[in-house]
Ligand binder design. Structure first.
Ligand code: GCU
Length: 333
């Protein structure tokens, strides 16, 4: 009887534990992870994520795969974040501005002047002693784990109406920003009136005149075709933006130890691939936008810097924000 009981218990445990590849308790055998992205297939983020998925499938003998849904087909970033949180979508790329709405410490990395270069930014987000707590901070309430990120490069202002030289040129103009308090204040500091909109609505907004201007990197400017409707790109370079890869925490926890190691390794390689693609993609985007009629011009950088500086005192107010800011600056020295 004891033998039968022991055998039955073993069977029950095996059934409960699923078929984790290396016997990790609670692990599932795998899944096709659905990933929401708001970029086109030509964007470096799509390319790096698609390659990440292919390598992950190879490494895990097809146990774990990634299916990237580009072009906001699963929803804009605000919805994507919600869906990752409730588990209806497994992963998403979301801008730091979206996470700032859930934990204000993310603001620190969204500030103008937070990063002086893309290399400095990537160094920071790979350093667990700086961002470790931040990346797990949404697990408890939101069931969202941050895994790392892709640079957004330098963001600049572009308009329908003409080149911008100083913040005064934006007076009374409606500038589209991402949906966050910091971004609204940033637009106002640059002299404009702020209009928060989802990324996928920017082209139509510019085209119909709902907005007069937007701000983004050259890759988005070209791949979203914004240059067609806002041909004046002014190099304000007001911040180096950051996108994060997020995953539903429960899904992540179901990975066996062995598969999680493959996942981490290949995701790290994806961050490297993306960073390497970025510079070339930016140069190509500038050339292609110019060929399509866009005009690039330089601004009075000092005027923008002094307009944006006061944001630090206004938005970095808590001890944890200040401590994080100091760590960011120290790491980039
Ligand atoms: C960049 C960034 C996106 C973001 C977009 C925006 O393209 O990579 O994640 O959504 O800017 O301005 O909304």
């Amino acid at each position: 009887l004891a033998v039968i009981a022991a055998a039955a218990l073993t069977l029950t445990l095996a059934a409960c534990g699923g078929s984790g590849s290396s016997g990790t308790p609670g692990a599932t055998s795998g899944k096709t992870l659905r990933l929401a992205l708001n970029q086109t297939e030509a964007h470096p983020s799509y390319i790096a994520l698609d390659n990440f998925g292919k390598r992950l499938a190879t490494d895990t003998n097809d146990r774990w795969k990634v299916q990237v849904f580009p072009n906001e087909t699963l929803g804009a970033q605000q919805e994507a974040l919600q869906m990752v949180s409730n588990g209806s979508v497994d992963m998403a790329i979301v801008s730091g501005t979206q996470l700032e709405n859930l934990n204000k410490d993310f603001r620190v990395l969204n500030m103008p002047m937070a990063f002086s270069s893309i290399d400095g930014q990537m160094k920071v987000i790979r350093d667990k002693s700086i961002v470790g707590d931040l990346f797990t901070s949404l697990e408890g309430n939101q069931h969202v784990t941050v895994l790392g990120g892709f640079t957004q490069g330098e963001r600049s202002v572009y308009t329908k109406f003409g080149p911008v030289k100083t913040p005064a040129d934006l007076n009374g103009k409606k500038l589209r920003v991402q949906e966050s308090d910091l971004m609204i204040a940033m637009a106002q500091a640059m002299g404009a009136s702020a209009t928060p909109l989802a990324y996928g609505e920017v082209y139509t907004g510019l085209n119909s005149g709902v907005i007069d201007a937007a701000e983004n990197n050259e890759v988005s400017y070209f791949t979203q075709k914004h240059f067609e409707v806002a041909p004046y790109f002014s190099n304000t370079k007001h911040l180096v933006g950051l996108d994060y890869l997020i995953i539903n925490t429960d899904t992540l926890k179901k990975m066996s130890t062995e598969d999680r190691a493959s996942f981490d390794k290949e995701w790290d390689a994806a961050m490297t691939e993306h960073t390497n693609l970025w510079q070339k993609s930016t140069e190509k985007a500038i050339a292609d936008a110019k060929a399509g009629g866009a005009k690039f011009s330089d601004v009075d950088a000092a005027a923008f810097k002094s307009a944006l500086e006061p944001l630090q005192a206004k938005f970095l107010t808590t001890d944890s924000q200040k401590a994080l800011w100091d760590k960011l600056q120290a790491a980039q020295k």
